[in-house]
Design a protein around this ligand. Structure first.
Ligand SMILES: [Zn+2]
Length: 412
């Protein structure tokens, strides 16, 4: 699997201005390729390969296009085609999405190389806190080696990016070979399985009845709003305005970093604690419930959380199973009868069987139940998941991970 390591990069003034100049030219090449793509006949749109070929004509016509690494230029063109594919996929999924936009100065901030002949890594800087990296046509610069910097041969792709804060970062993409195998489904102990409800009052609620509070970011958001207000009072384009704009970006970064830390901790805990993590499939969820703008931000945080969870699950050998989200809150985890409840009703109380539970716990149990069922489907009768399930079906109160064992054991 692919693994991305991010490092802070320190470019000398000369190298930084050269890199930024190249990025700006790459942006123009990218815009040009987008225009070329949309300007061509509907039935004869150019592929990435076609446009790599046309690049030569463009550089003849506009010599500045030849100044950055032509490999990097091809990469920028390839990126458009990958973005077009993503748009196409989203459209197929029923989303309303527009076209690729022309990007103005500052909107395109990175350069990428994916051939090892285009970059070098030097570990012998005499200071083990730093390594040096060379990018074709840009030059050498330091990166802070907070963790081991892989040798150039092990790097699949290098992305140099200038953040809006003005800081430079390098992402090194490598392939991780020896990730642990996911345990075979037949060997999974149902006790090591968990259902996770992405809640409204708590960030997550698990089928083991653990709830994790939402991260309190009110101070950080206040700070961000304050810095933004200060920015509006400065004269646009002035030195103070530019300084203030960096403060705004810093405040925003701080929020991002805190959320990321929090998500890292939560996902690491889940994949180390459990062998199976069942979650709701959020690709379906927003479409079912209608994405109101207030909810979009939360959805975005959840998508990142789930992305990180899947990524860590691959690193740690844990199964992540996405289940159908419809009705997980309505359904009774004991008898399966559905009861509609408004969002402010925090307790699940079943009119059919009398079972009561916390609303999110009931949902988490349903998610785990669906996840186990989904994983167990088509497996041999002897798998614990399968042996647990037939017992579970009539007695759905045994859905909690710990109870699955009880239900599947001879005493149950
Ligand atoms: Zn019930």
């Amino acid at each position: 699997m692919k693994h991305t390591l991010r490092f802070r990069a320190y470019l000398s003034d000369d190298v930084a201005s050269e890199a930024w100049r190249h990025i700006n030219i790459l942006r123009q090449i990218r815009n040009h390729a987008v225009r070329d793509y949309y300007g061509s006949d509907y039935n004869d749109t150019p592929s990435a390969y076609d446009q790599h070929g046309t690049l030569k004509d463009w550089t003849d016509q506009w010599p500045t296009f030849a100044e950055p690494s032509q490999h990097a230029a091809q990469q920028a063109i390839t990126q458009i085609h990958s973005d077009l594919e993503t748009l196409e996929k989203r459209r197929d999924e029923g989303y309303n999405c527009g076209r690729l936009q022309w990007q103005g100065a500052g909107e395109f901030r990175s350069v990428s190389y994916n051939q090892s002949s285009r970059f070098n890594v030097d570990h012998n800087t005499g200071d083990d806190r730093f390594a040096r990296l060379r990018l074709e046509k840009i030059g050498w610069f330091n990166i802070r080696a907070e963790r081991d910097v892989p040798p150039a041969d092990d790097i699949d792709e290098v992305i140099l990016k200038k953040e809006t804060t003005g800081e430079w970062y390098v992402s090194l993409v490598t392939t991780v070979e020896d990730t642990p195998e996911k345990p075979p489904l037949s060997e999974i102990d149902p006790e090591d399985c968990v259902g996770v409800d992405l809640g409204i009052t708590s960030y997550i609620h698990t089928s083991d009845n653990l709830s994790v509070d939402t991260l309190d970011l009110s101070d950080e958001y206040d700070r961000y709003a304050r810095e933004q207000r200060k920015l509006t009072r400065k004269e646009q384009g002035s030195a103070n305005w530019k300084k203030q704009r960096q403060k705004v970006a810093q405040a925003k970064r701080k929020i991002k970093r805190k959320v990321r830390d929090y998500q890292h901790k939560l996902t690491t805990w889940l994949v180390t604690e459990y062998d199976v993590v069942a979650v709701e499939d959020l690709d379906v969820k927003p479409m079912l419930e209608g994405s109101q703008s207030a909810k979009n931000k939360q959805d975005a945080a959840w998508s990142r959380f789930l992305e990180l969870l899947e990524y860590k699950a691959d690193l740690h050998g844990t199964h992540v199973v996405d289940v159908e989200p419809a009705g997980t809150t309505k359904e009774c985890a004991v008898c399966g009868v559905e009861t509609a409840k408004p969002i402010w009703v925090r307790e699940h109380s079943c009119p059919a069987c009398g079972h009561t539970d916390d609303r999110d716990l009931n949902a988490a149990k349903n998610i785990l139940y669906r996840g186990l069922k989904q994983l167990g489907a088509g497996r041999s009768e002897s798998t614990p998941v399968q042996t647990a399930l037939p017992t579970l079906t009539p007695h759905r109160e045994e859905v909690g991970a710990k109870r699955v064992v009880e239900a599947g054991s001879p005493e149950a």
